[in-house]
Design a protein around this ligand. Structure first.
Ligand code: GDP
Ligand code: IMO
Ligand code: MG
Length: 468
């Protein structure tokens, strides 16, 4: 890393570091999204890494896109934990992550080309599963098949990264490939032979069904390509359970970085319009192989409005395209991974409260407050009504969610710009009232507010004025 970049990326003195106010104790912590993804988790993780020795991903794959802005440099991280921009942190990709070797090697090369060191600071679990090109094809063909069967509204709108088919193979077992097999020439050959045989039958049928051409996969060519990628990744592959166990014993501090978000959780999200992993703090234990209760601090990230990319219900989606488009443009709400425009909604406190409860949040960080500046009035979803009946809890049934009429409260807006504010007291009163409503509704303290995506745009909330 050249000196200038390293100076840019080095964290400031923790005493003057606003992120220190985010942490209530000295234990292990996690950062998770409380909405539909893209809440700004990357920014929060990056801001916190100076307080941790290791940063660990435990779920998802390169469907995630975590953007981190440092000065005028913008980084987008997909598989590598956002701790990589802090030269001190060890970054771990846990066993619960699905790894696209081509994507990961590309990400490593792109970071190195920008002066970011990626070497011994990156460790990859030998038990993580491998995303292969046929998973991406299966992902695309399944979406086409759904579209053909039931139309566009039935499609999940996946990122096309092969995430679902890879996790499905993990559950299927015999067609899966793990990292320890990828880096073992004979094991890779054996596993590929089985998987390719099965995939060729399955994908030919699926392609035929949707009328797409299909060229059978050549196991030899795939082996050559993946053997070469394995050579690049092998130095990073290790037993990350042992690594994390030793780190805990030595008193090192671990930060777990959630990917995707609570409402996309395979078990607890808006099923079937979800991703294929456990995206909440509940997923840390199987996904990173640390004992239950390891994490004492669960920080939930809440964007002050809602964004959703892909299919599925979003109860508070804004119908007025002018307002939605304004928020999309000001908030730069275009996918970090796929570039797709995100659907925009008002803040949905029913969903956020559900997500905070599910995660066991101990603190909240609000992002995107500056995006709302200048709107005279803001709507906040505070309840759900279906068929004239008010729901007490977030429902299991995505069909029901589609029919929800949100109950809104309209609150006073505030004038901007606020992106230069660095003290909570300097925020307009109406902006503080808005943020404090999130705390009031969820019962979880708001620890900080982001007034933009920059590393220096995290405004700490003075402890005395927060709920716990
Ligand atoms: P992540 O996936 O949770 O790390 O979030 P992304 O980086 O994918 O997306 C965050 C989105 O929120 C981007 O489109 C930002 O432009 C937008 N955004 C609006 N306000 C803020 C803010 O205060 N902080 C951050 N980090 N993002 C913001
Ligand atoms: P980060 O970590 C936003 C969405 C996809 C799709 C659904 C399933 O950046 O917050 P998948 O490819 O996982 O099978 O797609 O989940 N999705 C995300 N949306 N942010 C993400 O991650 C997402 N990861 C998955 O758009 O609707
Ligand atoms: Mg994202």
């Amino acid at each position: 890393m050249n000196d200038q970049t390293s100076a840019n990326l080095a964290l400031s003195d923790p005493q003057a570091d606003p992120a220190s106010s985010l942490l209530a104790d000295r234990g292990h912590a996690c950062v998770v999204g409380l909405q539909f993804g893209d809440e700004g988790k990357g920014q929060v993780v990056d801001a916190l890494t100076g307080h941790f020795d290791l940063v660990v991903r435990f779920n998802g794959g390169n469907n995630a896109g975590h953007s981190v802005r440092i000065g005028n440099q913008k980084f987008a991280l997909h598989l590598i934990p956002s701790g990589v921009l802090n030269p001190r942190a060890i970054n771990v990709i846990g066993n619960g992550v699905v790894i696209d070797p081509e994507g990961l090697v590309g990400e490593i090369d792109a970071l190195r080309a920008r002066g970011v060191a990626v070497g011994e600071n990156l460790r990859i679990s030998d038990r993580a599963h491998v995303v292969m090109p046929y998973h991406k094809l299966q992902d695309r063909l399944m979406e086409l098949a759904l579209g053909r069967l039931h139309g566009q509204t039935a499609q999940i709108g996946t990122t096309g990264r092969g995430i679902g088919p890879c996790y499905a193979d993990k559950a299927q077992r015999t067609t899966a490939i793990r990292m320890h097999e990828l880096v073992d020439e004979r094991a890779l050959r054996r596993r590929l032979d089985t998987a390719v045989e099965v995939k060729n039958v399955m994908l030919a049928a699926l392609a035929g069904y949707v009328g797409e051409p299909f060229e059978p996969i050549d196991a030899d060519a795939l082996f050559e390509q993946y053997h070469e990628l394995a050579r690049r990744l092998a130095p990073h592959v290790c037993d990350t359970m042992e690594l994390l166990a030793s780190a805990r014993l030595e008193g090192q501090r671990i930060l777990f970085e959630g990917a995707n978000a609570a409402l996309l959780d395979i078990d607890h999200g808006t099923f079937p319009f979800v991703t294929s992993s456990n995206t909440t703090s509940l997923g840390i234990y199987p996904g990173a192989a640390v004992p239950g209760g390891t994490v004492s601090e669960v920080l939930g990230v809440v964007k002050c409005y809602t964004s959703r990319v892909g299919g599925g219900p979003s109860a508070t989606q804004i119908d007025d395209e002018l307002t939605a488009d304004r928020l999309r443009q000001v908030g730069n709400e275009f996918g970090t991974t796929t570039g797709r425009p995100r659907r925009i909604g008002w803040l949905d406190l029913m969903a956020v409260r559900y997500a905070a409860k599910l995660n066991g949040c101990t603190g909240i960080v609000c992002t995107g407050l500056s995006v709302l500046a200048g709107l005279p009035r803001l709507k906040v979803g505070v309840g759900y009504r279906v068929d004239g009946r008010e729901l007490r809890h977030f429902p299991a049934d995505a069909g029901l969610l589609e029919r929800i009429e949100p109950i809104y409260e309209t609150v006073e807006g505030f004038e901007g710009p606020i992106d230069q504010c660095r003290r909570y007291e300097d925020l307009p009163q109406a902006a503080r009232t808005y943020v404090e409503a999130i705390e009031g509704f969820t019962g979880v303290a708001v620890r900080a507010v982001c007034v933009g995506p920059g590393r220096d745009q995290i405004v700490p909330r003075p402890r005395a004025s927060s709920a716990n």
